[in-house]
Design a binder for this molecule. Sequence first.
Ligand code: CTP
Ligand code: CA
Length: 226
Amino acid sequence: EADLESKLPLKGKKILITAGPTYEAIDPVRFIGNHSSGKMGFDIAKSASSLGAEVILVTGPTHQILDDANVKLISVISAQQMYDACHLYFSEVDVAIAAAAVADYRPKNVANQKIKKSDASFTIELEKTKDILESLGKIKDKQFLIGFALETENEIENAKLKIQKKNLDLIVLNSLQDEGAGFGKSTNKVTFIDSFFNVESMQLKSKEAVANDILNKIIAHYEIRH
Ligand code: CTP
Ligand code: CA
């Protein structure tokens, strides 16, 4: 029995995960998006499920496929839809992991019809989207809250600011320094920083292995607590 428990260390835990990009409509046929593949979030979902967790995976548009009885897949398109889905489930989860590359801005006005070209230059006015993770940090109760950070300068300092601003327990800093890491790649080089500002730099490894490292942090958190 003890052996079974050690194999499913996240049994009884509910985990909310965001993944992929968001698409922000310009008109009925165009959008602003980004190159996020969704792989990191999906790998975390698979790994969490295999460790016994019940997973709610809120994903923007991706080509990822996941058919798993322990994963409830919720497909959204825009940042606002992802925000709404996360807030629908947050109160019932133990852990939330924000791996999505949410658009920071969206077109202020969405055209009802396809915008026709003309000879004049063309400007789209953008407004800020809601910060989903920050909003969850504000209402956090028992939840263990994990964010990602993508930085190209003053990486550690900026990541620490994000921990404070978003009230996180852990941040996964993505290093773009390394050629093999990041968007569209199957590997990642990350640094973990916790709410006490302990810094742990990991080696370049597969996103599956990074997903396992993240889940081990969660398991350790619950082991220390009981
Ligand atoms: N995030 C979010 N909602 C947003 C923007 C970001 O939930 N509207 C989450 C991401 O999923 C990630 C974390 O916040 O876990 C940090 O995202 P990042 O883009 O690195 O930071 P930002 O706070 O958006 O700041 P900036 O892009 O200016 O660095
Ligand atoms: Ca951002």
